[in-house]
Design a protein around this ligand. Structure first.
Ligand SMILES: [Zn+2]
Ligand SMILES: [Zn+2]
Length: 573
């Protein structure tokens, strides 16, 4: 019974985003109230930014959005680690690019010649996808920051404190070779491997072997440099290049020619940027990983506090993923957006705990995913049903500044759109017209977008040809000549009653009704066991004659999509 209109307030649902935002806010408030809260992401534009990397961006985005919703000042700061070294030439790229190994990603030319550098080539498509996903970030290029001398003071501090840094790092160093699972870990490993190798350089002061700063060679631009001396007074650093042989001196207080090694670079930026929240791959949080070490270093060297951290797991891809070889077969956000509405792609990431791994499926699952999403969007219209699932839907659907992200004005199930696209292989206009006749009335093609275009792309590019429907171009004369008595009767009944203009409800009734009529029942009568068996036979006959297969899309949809004249021609009428 209702309690006189004073229903107890429904508890506000919470999720991992709520908790991560709580932690970020707590972190910020320890450092002062009214502070701009910084949620940071970082990515190395060394290759295609795949769906796993997208988790870095979206994890931060959702947390920043939650903080913004609470009315607190917040920014999503994104670092492009484009000052990282180019490490290897991927398959499909001219092997002569090996010459650029050791140079910053921002200094390596674009092999495809469409951007100003290797780094820009891989940033651009992700930036476009993030814009479609409603992700707004303050972007920082680490090349620009380092080159502009933004970190000079912090570099000098790290170099001054190199003894302390080494004390911390050595505690975590193990002799067994660790396996790098991420870009940053690989970079970090290379730092330490390079330094370990340097232990043996003749005449090198052992104290310089693990120097926290690495200059890029002034002559050849590579980081294949060995520090040969450092003067704490003058801050002059002398190095020699193992590749080109150049010997030079760079002054850390006045020149900006190198970078801190990764394990020091990350905590340095936490302190400079005032980072309150930053996620990372789960492997970042294991003992000895960059986050654990960074947490100590930021305190020890910069008197700072590590941001609150969320470790996230792998995101893979499933189904038939058709990718061009130049992109290494790894699907990107842009690939997923070809078939998924932006809110649905966001939803895949926000509805799961970051530590849960998942796949983005490009195959038959797509249809189910759309159905699930449509069901959830109906549930979300009822305030009484607001739970954690609906909360995830809300986070996926809108952003604070952009509002609702694009979804179709007229929601037609993805299975209907893709099925009509499959049967007709036709234009958007043609599909739109048929969709109106199968119970989804609308005025213009635009009302079905962006879903219609995605359904067409999915059908054309992601459904294996064995699952596609091929409508016969001419009647199957042989089969038509060999019809049984029942079959002849069914077809005659059907063709006799089929109108020229097909609409879903009447044609459904007719197709299911024909076997009843031939058994002396009315179309509205409940089917007997005999009728059910006949229906099965009849439907198979129709599929045989129309699409040369034993099954296919729903028959009424198929009829409407083909139109009366074409159906008649193929059924011999
Ligand atoms: Zn390019
Ligand atoms: Zn050199």
């Amino acid at each position: 019974m209702a309690r006189g209109g004073t229903a107890s307030p429904k508890q506000t649902p919470t999720d991992w985003v709520t908790r991560a935002a709580d932690d970020a806010i707590r972190h910020a408030q320890r450092l002062g109230s009214d502070r701009l809260i910084t949620c940071a992401s970082g990515a190395s534009p060394s290759g295609p930014i795949h769906l796993g990397n997208l988790r870095e961006f979206l994890t931060v985005h959702f947390v920043a959005e939650e903080i913004r919703r609470r009315g607190l000042p917040v920014r999503h700061l994104h670092s492009w680690d484009d000052y990282d070294r180019f490490r290897k030439v991927p398959a499909g790229v001219d092997p002569s690019w090996a010459d650029h190994i050791g140079r910053p990603l921002s200094a390596v030319p674009d092999p495809w010649d469409c951007h100003t550098s290797w780094a820009e080539h891989f940033k651009a498509p992700l930036q476009a996808a993030l814009a479609e996903l409603g992700v707004e970030m303050e972007e920082v290029s680490q090349t620009e920051r380092y080159r502009a001398g933004a970190y000079r003071e912090q570099i000098l501090t790290a170099v001054e404190q190199r003894g302390n840094i080494e004390r911390v790092l050595s505690r975590y160093r193990t002799k067994s070779a660790p396996v790098a699972e991420t870009e940053e870990e690989a970079a970090s490993l290379e730092d330490s491997v390079a330094n370990d190798e340097d232990d043996g350089v003749a005449g090198q002061d052992p104290a310089l072997a693990r120097f926290p700063y690495k200059p890029y060679c002034r002559d050849c631009g590579r980081d294949t440099t060995t520090v040969t001396s450092y003067d704490d007074e003058s801050t002059d650093l002398a190095y020699s290049c193992t590749v080109c042989g150049f010997e030079g001196v760079t002054n850390l207080a006045t020149q900006d020619e190198g970078k801190l090694v990764w394990k020091v670079d990350w905590p340095m930026r936490w302190s400079v940027e005032g980072v309150d929240f930053e996620p990372g791959g789960v492997d970042h949080a294991t003992p000895g990983s960059s986050y654990t070490v960074g947490k100590e270093l930021v305190k020890e060297i910069y008197d700072g506090r590590a941001p609150s951290f969320v470790g996230y797991s792998f995101v893979g891809a499933g189904g038939q993923v058709k990718m061009s070889s130049s992109r290494g077969g790894v699907p990107t956000a842009a690939d997923a957006l070809k078939i998924l509405e932006a809110p649905i792609l966001r939803w895949l990431y926000v509805r799961r705990q970051p530590k849960q791994a998942f796949n983005v499926d490009f195959g038959a699952e797509v249809v189910r995913l759309y159905d699930e999403w449509d069901a959830l969007s109906r549930k979300a219209t009822d305030p009484a049903k607001r739970d954690a699932q609906v909360l995830a839907f809300e986070r996926a659907s809108a952003t604070a500044s952009a509002g609702l992200l694009p979804t179709p004005d007229v929601v037609v199930p993805f299975r209907v759109l893709s099925s009509v696209a499959d049967v007709t292989a036709g234009s958007a206009e043609q599909i739109s017209r048929i969709v109106s006749h199968v119970g989804h009335e609308h005025e213009t093609v635009e009302e079905l977008e962006p879903r219609l275009g995605k359904a067409m792309t999915w059908t054309a590019e992601f459904v294996p040809s064995s699952d596609r429907t091929t409508v016969r171009t001419s009647p199957d004369a042989e089969r038509l000549a060999a019809l049984s008595e029942d079959e002849e009767l069914w077809l005659a009944q059907l063709l006799d009653r089929m109108p020229d203009e097909l609409d879903l409800a009447p044609i459904t009734e007719l197709i299911y009704g024909v076997p009843k009529l031939t058994r002396g029942l009315g179309v509205d009568d409940a089917p007997t066991e005999q009728v059910k068996a006949d229906q099965k036979e009849f439907f198979r006959l129709l599929y045989n004659l129309l699409v040369d297969a034993d099954r296919g899309p729903r028959l009424p949809t198929l009829f409407v999509a083909l139109g009366s004249a074409r159906v008649r021609a193929l059924l011999g009428g």
